[in-house]
Design a protein around this ligand. Structure first.
Ligand SMILES: [Zn+2]
Length: 288
């Protein structure tokens, strides 16, 4: 059995690997290269073991850092990102990294982020304030094994303004209301909460849910993104699906709250009813 950091990875037959991809705001550096080479090697090892591997590696082409870089270059965010991505693809080819099976770009997944925001609001896991939909993140820090001081410092490092009106400092934007630069230095789309743009963690959660449904076998990304990015991606997906963050044999906390919603391109299938300690739930989608 494949083991990672000493822990068994129960992969049989098929493996869904989600790789947190680049934000195309600058030239790829060696840290990116290490992450994507590692992911490609993991996929090759699994394929060698007879596993059918599907790799989804996203492109985060809606992001404040990218908007700022594009503005400095006097370019639109999407054309600036396309140039950077061309360079990235060239670098990956030079390193022998295979192209992923799926390569979703965040700007094509705005409706899916809106659906995610609506599902989180329905589940009571988010609230709307002034056109921003905030995900309730108070528990994410402890799930991640961090103390509050470390978590706050990391959140600030990634550009979070923790005193901007959110209920709790650990809450993060699923959907962010458009600022004064909307339409010029930053992109904006209409939504039920007014014009705005997707939040970073929500983009990956929506792209992963849309591509693979509510569960992954392997999540790959830079170690520096473990918190907050990976932690919040997983927490948002868990909040809408009810799937446990560590699914495996014996997982019973599957309610798949979004199963009744029309998810844009990946409807839930093969659901059944199951009883767990917290009641009768709809168990579905191969979470366990
Ligand atoms: Zn990600």
């Amino acid at each position: 059995m494949l083991r990672l950091e000493g822990r068994p990875v129960p992969v049989v037959g098929r493996a869904r690997m989600y790789v947190c991809g680049i934000t195309p705001y600058d030239t790829t550096h060696l840290g990116h290269a290490a992450t994507f080479v590692w992911g490609d090697v993991a996929a090759r090892v699994l394929r060698h073991a007879g596993v059918d591997v599907e790799v989804c590696r996203n492109v985060t082409d809606v992001d404040d850092v990218l908007d700022a870089a594009a503005a400095r270059a006097g370019s639109r965010f999407d054309s600036f990102a396309a140039v950077q991505q061309f360079r990235f693809d060239r670098d990956m080819a030079a390193l022998g990294v295979r192209r992923p099976t799926h390569e979703p770009r965040a700007h094509n997944f705005v409706p899916q982020v809106e659906a995610l925001a609506a599902a989180l609001l329905d589940a009571g896991a988010a609230y709307e304030r002034g056109g921003t939909v905030w995900f309730r993140g108070a528990e994410v820090t402890s799930w991640s094994g961090l103390d509050a001081t470390t978590a706050r410092a990391l959140a600030r490092e990634f550009g979070e303004d923790l005193e901007d009106g959110r209920d709790h400092w650990a809450d993060v934007a699923v959907w962010r209301a458009a600022g004064p630069g909307a339409g010029t230095t930053e992109p904006a789309w209409p939504s039920p909460w007014g014009d705005g743009r997707p939040g970073w963690h929500a983009e990956c959660a929506a792209m992963a849910l849309t591509t693979f449904g509510p569960a992954l076998d392997l999540h790959v990304g830079g170690a520096d993104l473990r918190y907050p990015h990976h932690a919040y991606e997983a927490a948002m997906a868990q909040a809408v699906t009810g799937c446990d963050r560590s699914p495996g044999p014996g997982c019973t906390s599957v309610s798949c709250r979004w199963a009744g919603r029309r998810w844009p391109s990946r409807p839930a299938t093969s659901c059944s009813w199951a009883t767990s300690s917290s009641g009768t739930h709809r168990r579905c989608c191969g979470c366990c």
